[in-house]
Design a protein around this ligand. Structure first.
Ligand code: FMN
Length: 361
C-alpha cells in the first residue's frame, strides 16, 4: 500500500494519513473577518485529509491583506471558528490555523480598519491588487517601528493561543509567499539598518522571534512553519536562498512540522531535509510543468523518504473526497477558476462527491 494512506504524527498532532490539505485563501469570511457557516461545511467536507491547514488567517488587524479573509484576533472570531473546527473534528479530521500577516501586500480599501499596510521597509510591491474600485497599485507601506515589530510578534502569540481556544490542533506560521515574515528575510524588501535588517542573522530575527513567541504560548509540538524558498511571488528577490534557509532551519527549534512549498528547486528541499529536526510536510513542485500535486507526485516524494506528509492544494478545492478518489483511482472534478476567491457556496461547497458504482452482488 502507498505510504500516503498510513498514519503518522506531526509533534502532538497524530494523523490518519499523509494527505495534508494545503492552506488556500477562499475569501468567504465576513467583512469583519468572521468565519461563516459555509466555511464549516467546506472544511468538514475535506476532513478525509490527515490534516487540514486553514486558509491564511490574519493574526491582528494590521495583518489583513485581502477582503473577506478571516481573523483570529477577536472573541467573536474565536467563537465563530469553533463551529469550523468542531465540524472538522466531527468528520474525523485535524486542522491547524495558518497565521498569515500580509505585511505590504494589501490596500487600505480592502478591510474594515482601512489601515496602511506595514512592512520592514517603505518599499512597495510591484504589481496591483484587486480593490472594490478595480485594480490598484500596491501602496507604499509604512516601515515598521520597534513598537510595531513587538506588537506584531505579540499578535502572533495571542492569535496562536486564540487558535487553540478555538479548537484548532495547532498553528502554521506563514513565513513564505512574499508575506510579512518573508519580507523581513528577503534583501529586496528589507533595507533596515537596525537589528532586524542587513546581515542574514538580522533578517532572520523577526521570523525566529515570532516562532519563539508562538512556541512559548502553545508549545513547539503544536507549532509549524511554512517556507517557500526561492519563490518570487509578491515581488520577492532572494539573493542568498540556500544560505538563508539553511541558517533558518539550523536556528529553528524542533517543531511539530516544517512545511515547504517548493518553487521548482528540488535541490533546496534536499539540502534542508538533511538539516531538519522536525517532520517535513512537502508541497512538491519539482518542475514548473508538473501541475497541481497529485497521487503520483506524492508517492514519489514519500517513496524517496523526502517528507512525512504531502500538501495538496488545487485538487482539494475541486475534490472534497480527494483521499478516496486517489485511493480508488477515481476520476477528478475540474476546478472552476472563477469561483476561487470570494462569493458564496458556488465553486466552494458544491463540488460533487464521487459515487463509485457498486458491483452487483
Ligand atoms: C486559491 C488558492 C489560495 C491559496 N492561498 C494560500 C494561502 O492562504 N496561504 C498559503 O500559504 N498558500 C496559499 N496558496 C498556495 C497553496 O497552498 C499551494 O501551495 C499551491 O496551490 C500549490 O499546490 P498545488 O499544486 O497542489 O495546487 C493558495 C493557492 C490557491 C490555489
Amino acid at each position: 500500500m502507498s505510504t500516503l494512506f498510513t498514519a503518522t504524527s506531526y509533534g502532538a498532532i497524530s494523523v490518519k494519513n499523509r494527505f495534508v490539505m494545503a492552506p488556500m485563501s477562499r475569501n468567504r469570511a465576513t467583512f469583519e473577518g468572521l468565519p461563516t457557516p459555509i466555511m464549516a461545511t467546506y472544511y468538514g467536507q475535506r476532513a478525509g485529509a490527515g490534516m487540514i491547514v486553514s486558509e491564511g488567517i490574519q493574526p491582528d488587524i494590521q495583518g489583513q491583506g485581502f477582503m473577506n479573509s478571516p481573523g483570529l484576533h477577536s472573541e467573536a472570531q474565536v467563537e465563530a471558528w469553533r463551529a469550523v473546527t468542531a465540524e472538522v473534528k466531527r468528520q474525523g479530521g485535524k486542522m491547524v490555523a495558518q497565521l498569515m500577516h500580509c505585511g505590504r501586500i494589501g490596500h487600505p480599501s480592502l478591510y474594515p480598519s482601512a489601515h496602511q499596510p506595514l512592512a520592514p521597509s517603505a518599499i512597495k510591491a510591484a504589481g496591483q491588487t484587486f480593490t472594490p474600485s478595480g485594480m490598484a497599485d500596491f501602496p507604499v507601506p509604512k516601515a515598521m517601528t520597534d513598537e510595531d515589530i513587538h506588537a506584531a510578534i505579540q499578535g502572533f502569540a495571542t492569535a496562536a493561543a486564540n487558535a487553540i481556544r478555538a479548537g484548532f490542533d495547532g498553528v502554521e506560521i506563514h513565513a513564505g509567499n512574499g508575506f510579512l515574515l518573508h519580507q523581513f528575510m528577503a534583501s529586496n524588501t528589507n533595507c533596515r539598518e537596525d537589528n532586524y535588517g542587513g546581515s542574514m542573522e538580522n533578517r532572520l530575527r523577526f521570523t525566529l522571534e515570532v516562532v519563539d513567541a508562538v512556541v512559548k504560548e502553545i508549545g513547539a509540538d503544536r507549532t509549524g512553519i511554512r517556507l517557500s524558498p526561492a519563490n518570487p511571488y509578491n515581488d520577492i528577490v532572494e539573493e542568498d536562498t540556500e544560505a538563508l534557509y539553511s541558517a533558518l532551519v539550523d536556528a529553528l527549534p524542533e517543531l511539530a512540522f516544517v512545511h515547504i512549498m517548493e518553487a521548482n528547486v528540488r535541490a533546496i528541499t534536499e539540502i534542508l531535509k538533511t538539516k531538519l529536526t522536525s517532520p517535513l510536510i512537502l508541497n512538491p513542485h519539482e518542475h514548473a510543468a508538473d501541475g497541481p500535486v497529485g497521487g503520483e507526485i506524492a508517492d514519489k516524494v514519500l517513496d524517496a523518504a523526502l517528507c512525512s506528509g504531502v500538501a495538496f492544494g488545487a485538487l482539494f478545492i475541486a475534490n472534497p473526497d480527494l483521499v478516496g478518489r486517489i485511493r480508488m483511482n477515481g476520476p477528478l472534478n475540474d476546478l472552476d477558476p472563477n469561483t476561487l476567491y470570494g462569493g458564496d457556496h458556488k465553486g466552494y461547497t458544491d463540488y460533487p462527491f464521487w459515487q463509485p458504482v457498486k458491483e452487483a452482488v
